[in-house]
Design a protein around this ligand. Structure first.
Ligand code: NAD
Length: 244
């Protein structure tokens, strides 16, 4: 029987690469998305055609608890169980430290940290009942050791996600493994507004002298969910090409 994975923010960037990586490995896929109806529908047919697995699309804005609750209910009704949860969706609001507002903080924390908490609570409980599961949180090197005042709330949300990883790994043990991937710079829409000069400087600081590709993150996420990682729990893996 195929396993089922739920990926938040699964229609583009790393989310899309993660969805395809799991589909390629025979998983049925639940794709959460918020806006892009057209993209979601075309991705669903592409995956069903290419990989012959089932795909369920669920539109839900993760800023709202009731939409998250509804999403989990629908996913469980339709697929029966969720074997892997990937908390991938995230936002970054780029603003000077001094111009940042409490609203910016709330918006960022809601999507990047509070939604993963709610999903871990709801789906983790099911995984404990079914005596098995894996959760992978997509944090960032910004959550570990980077220093950009213009993304202070993003950095705090990503540090928080690492704490959530550690705490929920304890809460859900021994049947559910909870791990975290902390990517460095990756070529996705999230970085499309970065100034050319800044990209050049940052590229210089990466040992492999380039940004990563979404597929390079997806492979690590899949590895952490797989039986090859059966003794990896409560860990954070940096995937950043060696940033210094
Ligand atoms: P992206 O902007 O392409 O993807 C983010 C996804 O999150 C999108 O699909 C978007 O629709 C979804 N999303 C945003 N708000 C949402 C909401 N309210 N409800 C549901 N979905 C919502 O960027 P990405 O680079 O693919 O980001 C994926 C994850 O990787 C994010 O958590 C991001 O913080 C993290 N990350 C990215 C980088 C990078 O360099 N790109 C580095 C480290 C970590």
């Amino acid at each position: 029987m195929n396993k089922n994975v739920l990926v938040t923010g699964g229609t583009r960037g790393m989310g899309e690469a993660i969805v395809k990586e799991f589909a390629q490995n025979g998983y049925n896929i639940i794709i959460n998305y918020v806006k892009s109806n057209k993209k979601a529908i075309s991705l669903k047919s592409e995956i069903e055609r290419e990989y012959k697995v089932k795909v369920l699309l669920i539109q839900a804005d993760l800023s709202y608890e009731d939409e998250i609750n509804k999403m989990v209910k629908t996913a469980l009704q339709e697929f029966g169980r969720i074997d892997v949860l990937v908390n991938n969706a995230g936002i970054v609001i780029d603003k000077e430290f001094g111009n940042r507002t409490v609203e910016d903080w709330k918006q960022t924390l809601n999507v990047n940290l509070i939604a993963p908490f709610i999903l871990t609570k709801l789906i983790g409980k099911e995984m404990v009942k079914q005596k098995g599961g894996a959760i992978i949180n997509i944090s960032s090197t910004n959550g570990i050791d980077t220093y950009y005042p213009s993304s202070v709330d993003y950095d705090a949300s990503k540090s928080g996600l690492i704490s959530l990883t550690y705490d929920s790994a304890v809460e859900l043990a021994p049947y559910v493994r909870v791990n975290c991937v902390a990517p460095g710079w990756v070529n996705t829409e999230m970085n499309k507004e970065l100034a050319e000069e800044f990209v050049k400087e940052e590229t210089e600081r990466i040992l492999v002298k380039r940004f990563g590709e979404p597929e390079e993150i997806a492979k690590v996420v899949y590895f952490l969910a797989s039986d090859n990682a059966s003794f990896i729990n409560s860990s954070v893996i940096k995937v950043d090409g060696g940033w210094y």
